[in-house]
Design a protein. Structure first.
Length: 109
């Protein structure tokens, strides 16, 4: 028996095993960032928050703000957990600095 052939067969079977194993990556859970309506925060401030924190254009920011105003709650965007958490914090920080009671929360989408 030829040892080169045996080695060759071993190499091929090992190569096949390596190619077959694909890492299984799971998509991260996504979270909606929500703004809550209140009777005190000015509409213009909410639009500014949407533009600065969520990178919305003025017309889209206005639409979201009006939705929050009429329905009491509205989605600003959907992000991974860490990004959603950081966006919520940014909104609450801006509101606190400007002395507005605007509230922001997140929920699994």
């Amino acid at each position: 028996m030829n040892s080169d052939t045996d080695n060759n067969n071993q190499d091929e079977s090992q190569r096949g095993l390596l190619l077959d194993s694909k890492p299984k990556t799971k998509k991260p859970s996504m979270y909606n960032v929500l703004l809550l309506n209140d009777d005190y925060t000015p509409m213009e401030f909410v639009v500014t928050v949407l533009e600065k924190v969520f990178n919305k254009k003025a017309d889209e920011a206005t639409q979201i703000m009006l939705h929050v105003h009429k329905k009491g709650i509205g989605v600003c965007g959907t992000f991974t957990y860490e990004v959603a958490e950081s966006k919520c914090k940014a909104v609450l920080d801006m509101a606190k600095k400007s002395e507005h009671p605007l509230q922001c929360t997140m929920e699994k989408s």
